[in-house]
Design a protein around this ligand. Structure first.
Ligand code: FO1
Length: 320
């Protein structure tokens, strides 16, 4: 049976690597957010796809989590001299991936096809499925109007206070057909990796029909909390929650996914919140969700897999 893992950004990619270390390509597939995508310098940039791909290839820059390790920056240095846009850092090796994707998309390939080709070339056997092959663009609403996601996240360093989000194009976006087909087969569980619920996970879930498809998989739907002790390990999740007047707590993350998830993984630091989350009619476990090392990633993946198996055993109709 196949595990379906939903991910976006750097935190989710860490757990995804843990699953990839434990499960074969027949046992796990990854669905990744494309709401952060944007056209830039003539390229089609898919940051969360690339973060996941480089992470699974163990090529990701260990300091930043995005882009590649062992990079050089001659393109950026030269573009700077030309007065071009260098706020979004593109390393020389990373640039080749963007040029390749641009060429393949212009030749009519879908983002899924190009991602499959790139995974092959990077030695990744696992499925990396963009949530949709149709364009979805996250825009961040602030008191001064809307910002394109990368302008908010990178150019403005997440400084503007958010008042909401919109996912332009989402009403016309189709769920990736690969995922639709996979959800017709037996599913071990759906796992929402510890990514930003608002800008990394909601674009996936808000695609028309996605929630019903996931709920209809006949399997546990488990979210791993990206909030630990009122903070996000990385990124603006807690800051966004405060700006949206939502307490930056793990319970609020569970509440955010209410109606879809059947289970929730809290960090050890939030063990005191376990009764409150259980009261939401959710099965829960407490685990170490801070993934500093590769072993941490694998250990958390193992813990979540054991949790899915316990949940499935409870699901199975009792032989009467
Ligand atoms: N994030 C930054 O904070 N600064 C950057 O210059 C930057 C460049 C970049 C290039 C390629 C890529 O795939 C990702 C990149 N990111 C950068 C990360 C990216 O903005 C975020 O990872 C996602 O959009 C949010 O998860």
């Amino acid at each position: 049976m196949r595990l379906i893992a939903l991910t976006g950004g750097i935190g989710g990619a860490k757990l995804a690597l843990g699953f990839a270390k434990l499960l074969t390509p027949d046992e796990v597939s990854f669905v990744v957010n494309t709401g952060d995508d944007f056209e830039h310098l003539g390229f089609h940039i898919s940051p969360d796809v690339d973060t996941l791909t480089y992470t699974l290839a163990e090529e990701a820059n260990p300091e930043t989590g995005w882009g590649r390790r062992d990079e050089t920056w001659h393109f950026m240095e030269t573009l700077e001299r030309f007065g071009g846009e260098t706020w979004f850092r593109l390393g020389d090796r990373d640039l080749a991936l963007h040029a390749f994707r641009r060429t393949r998309l212009d030749a009519g390939a879908t983002l899924t096809q190009v991602t499959r080709e790139l995974c092959g070339k990077l030695g990744i056997a696992h499925d990396v499925w963009p949530m949709s092959d149709d364009p979805v663009r996250t825009r961040v609403r602030t008191s001064d109007g809307f910002l394109a996601f990368q302008h908010y996240f990178v150019r403005d360093r997440c400084a503007p206070a958010v008042t909401g989000f919109e996912f332009a194009g989402i009403d016309a976006a189709a769920v990736n057909p690969e995922l639709v087909a996979a959800l017709r087969e037996p599913v071990r569980a759906v796992v929402i990796c510890p990514s930003n619920p608002f800008v990394s996970v909601d674009p996936i879930l808000d695609i028309p029909g996605m929630r019903d498809l996931l709920r209809g998989a006949g399997a546990p739907v488990i979210a791993v909390s990206p909030i630990i002790g009122g903070q996000a390990i990385k990124g603006p999740t807690a800051k966004m929650m405060r700006e949206l007047s939502i307490p930056a707590t793990t319970e609020q993350v569970a509440a955010h996914y209410a109606g879809l998830i059947t289970a929730f993984v809290l960090d050890e630091q939030d063990a005191s919140a376990q009764p409150a989350v259980e009261a939401m009619d959710l099965d829960t476990i407490v685990a170490q969700t801070v993934m500093g090392t590769l072993q941490d990633r694998v250990d958390l993946a193992r813990t979540v897999l054991d949790f899915t198996d316990r949940l499935r055993a409870a699901l199975r109709p009792t032989a009467n």
